[in-house]
Design a binder for this molecule. Sequence first.
Ligand SMILES: Nc1ncnc2c1ncn2[C@@H]1O[C@H](COP(=O)(O)OP(=O)(O)OP(=O)(O)O)[C@@H](O)[C@H]1O
Length: 130
Amino acid sequence: MGLHDRKPSEIKRLLKSFGHAGEGIKDAFLHERNFQIHCFLGAAAAAAGAVLGISPVEWFTVIGFSCLVLSLELVNTAIERTVDLVTEEIRPLAKAAKDAAAGAVLVSAAGACLAGLIIFVPKLIKFIIF
Ligand SMILES: Nc1ncnc2c1ncn2[C@@H]1O[C@H](COP(=O)(O)OP(=O)(O)OP(=O)(O)O)[C@@H](O)[C@H]1O
């Protein structure tokens, strides 16, 4: 099979992969409350950034943390569903896996919160006072 024969099917496969990823994001958005909350908070941070005029480095931080939290929410969802697929019984390992995944989201969300406070609180104070 020549290079030209392979190209269309590889592009198709790539597009299919994007499609599957999009389905995963859509499913989490429709069914996972925490994912919806984090989407809303990311959008709120972006709106605040636009209104308050944050710097490129601050944009990088806001976008980076938002993507990190949303990515870990998706991984958390994947782990929860995989554990539920494996067992519906109460099992210490199932608990440990789900708690660790939830912990990963919490760590990233705490970092995002802290970064948000450092970036936005001084600007908000200036915005309100002046
Ligand atoms: N099979 C299980 N065995 C033992 N403990 C479990 C099991 N399933 C869930 N748990 C415990 O219940 C918690 C919540 O699990 P659940 O699957 O309900 O996730 P959730 O409510 O969707 O979580 P989140 O708040 O992250 O969306 C887990 O973190 C874990 O401590």
